[in-house]
Design a protein around this ligand. Structure first.
Ligand SMILES: [Zn+2]
Length: 250
């Protein structure tokens, strides 16, 4: 089952290559209505569900008029099954039928991570994989562990459309370094703009404006004013609450 899932995931990632899938079939619509449906795997611990639900509540506060995330109803053929996998990862876009989204209970229950994974499921890739990323970051391949390098390869603009400007503070951007993949804690990339606050890259706990805009444009929803949570990605203080999001779509 897991092997099959991995394969599907690889295919899905290979299929897509900006930041959002161009293929309309990968965008969510259930029975003709623009919405996403989710359910919990029966083995997903009860006490962990509340954390996921509070991320979903935030999603609906921001995107409920555009792409609501709703509990699966009996006749929903396509839906997301949240399970306790060995990490945080998701398919890119709507795959069809039940598709798995892993929120490991050890490390994936923060609001930022929950939103991040559902944004993958809605069709967004990691920001550092955008076809235009070389205009904004300089890669340091020698600082990245070999089997993580694929998380930094650019996707093709044949498959990926640009729905908002490149944003280093997007919740879909990797951190500059992480114990899982940096060699000797050296950065895997550095921003070209010297004024960027590197501590804010990849550590948000809420949508960035650019993430909301990307979904609204991809799904052709009216643009709306977005109000970030005060202790979020956009905050400059309170770095103690910053947590690097580590998500690997392998
Ligand atoms: Zn991710």
């Amino acid at each position: 089952m897991l092997a099959r899932f991995m394969m599907v995931c690889l295919l899905a990632v290979g299929f897509v290559a900006g930041q959002g899938v161009k293929n309309e079939n990968l965008r969510w619509k259930i029975n003709g209505v623009r919405r996403m449906a989710y359910t919990f795997d029966p083995n997903f611990p009860q006490q962990a569900r509340q954390s996921v639900l509070s991320g979903i509540q935030r999603w609906n506060q921001v995107l409920g008029d555009c792409l609501p995330l709703q509990p699966r109803q009996a006749n929903d053929r396509d839906y997301i099954t949240v399970f306790n996998g060995g990490g945080c990862f998701s398919m890119i876009g709507k795959v069809g039928g039940s598709q798995s989204l892993s929120l490991g209970v050890n490390g994936c229950l923060h609001r930022g991570t929950v939103i991040h994974e559902f944004l993958h499921a809605a069709g967004l890739i990691h920001t550092q994989k955008r076809p235009d990323r070389d205009n904004f970051i300089t890669m340091h391949w020698g600082n990245i562990v070999e089997n993580w390098k694929s998380q930094f390869t650019k996707e093709s603009s044949n498959y990926i459309g640009k729905y908002s400007e490149y944003d280093l503070y997007s919740i879909m951007h990797y951190t500059t370094r992480h114990p899982s993949w940096s060699i000797n804690n050296r950065p895997g990339f550095t921003p070209k703009n010297p004024n960027v606050d590197q501590r804010r890259i990849g550590t948000g706990n809420d949508f960035a404006q650019s993430d909301v805009q990307a979904i609204r444009r991809m799904y052709r929803c009216p643009e709306r004013k977005f109000r970030p949570i005060s202790n979020s990605n956009n905050r400059k203080q309170g770095d103690d609450e910053r947590r690097p999001i580590l998500c690997s779509n392998k």
